[in-house]
Design a binder for this molecule. Sequence first.
Ligand SMILES: [Zn+2]
Length: 152
Amino acid sequence: MIMKTKELTTASPIDKLVGRLDNAKHGGNGQWRAKCPVHQGENSKGRTLSVKETDTGSVLIKCFAGCTVDAVVSQLGLCLNDLFPPEKYTNYAKYVSKPAGRSRVYIKDETCLNIYILDIAVGLIQKGTQLTEEELEYCSVAVQRLKELHHE
Ligand SMILES: [Zn+2]
């Protein structure tokens, strides 16, 4: 891709990711399919990787062959933080803390997002990876939000 470097410095998480994936195809609704950079060979044409942008601008990644999220991300030269827009996430967390006007779907999505954050963190810890302060902050926000959601 041309102008890749410049785009990547200011890009949203989904653009950063998709810009680095081979064989990426947009499937609508913020969803992409692409070649998994971890397990698929040079000439493999399949799209085993599913990438989805959430309402908050965070990115969910799933390899249907079972590659871990951090394996995929590090193969692309990115890190876990690149999946989340820090400011947007914080603003979003504040926004959804307001009790009024939240739909059921919204709550479900937010629960999924927070579980996802913790899931990645646990995976990293299990592998002996030291989490950054920012990543720990995501985790504590996620735990807090899950507790709140549990009481709603
Ligand atoms: Zn894979």
